[in-house]
Design a protein around this ligand. Sequence first.
Ligand code: SAM
Length: 200
Amino acid sequence: MIIMNKPYSESCDQNKEPILAVILPVFSSLSSVLEIGSGTGQHAIYFAENMPHLKWYTSDCRSYLAGINMWLDDAGLPNVLPPFELNVTESSWPKLDVDAVFTANSIHIMSQQDVLNFMSGVGNLLAEQGELMIYGPFNYNGQYTSSSNESFDQWLKSRDPLSGIKHFEDMVALANKNRMQLVADHAMPANNRILHFKKV
Ligand SMILES: C[S@@+](CC[C@H](N)C(=O)[O-])C[C@H]1O[C@@H](n2cnc3c(N)ncnc32)[C@H](O)[C@@H]1O
């Protein structure tokens, strides 16, 4: 029998409060959010606890689902849904009626093709006025915003040459192509951003 330890991400603990401060004003009038790449499930628990009016859907690639379930089981929150498998490379996504999509620290793990699929999938999923919030590092004008992001990008590419920090301008162009417009670009601690898009 394989016994699995509950996964833990220190960065989730560090960034959850600043992320909440940005997403709360937008999500306060919404009913439901799909999180893509829920990871450990820690963000889902924290955001659902702090926004009890929301139905928070968790999702990720198959290997993450058991860990997310451990966090959900321990928290016992009524407004977080059990994780379902969603790899953005799949051509058909589950049909969900959600007001927003949230993802954290997933875009730099994905290849450029995965990001194309992500943006197209989110554009198809959201109805007009739907919100998309993306947390993570981005490059601007082809430049890193810090030497730590540059080292991080090199480390990412040494693990997977197709992964890496994406360009802000490409994200905006891809969003536009999929009927979403940039509403805000928030500076976050540790050289991260939150890109806020809205479906038009
Ligand atoms: C660095 S972890 C971040 C997890 C969590 N969101 C956080 O902030 O701690 C990257 C996440 O992106 C997810 N991810 C990477 N590629 C993906 C894909 N093609 N489809 C869906 N999720 C993906 C991973 O499975 C993982 O959960």
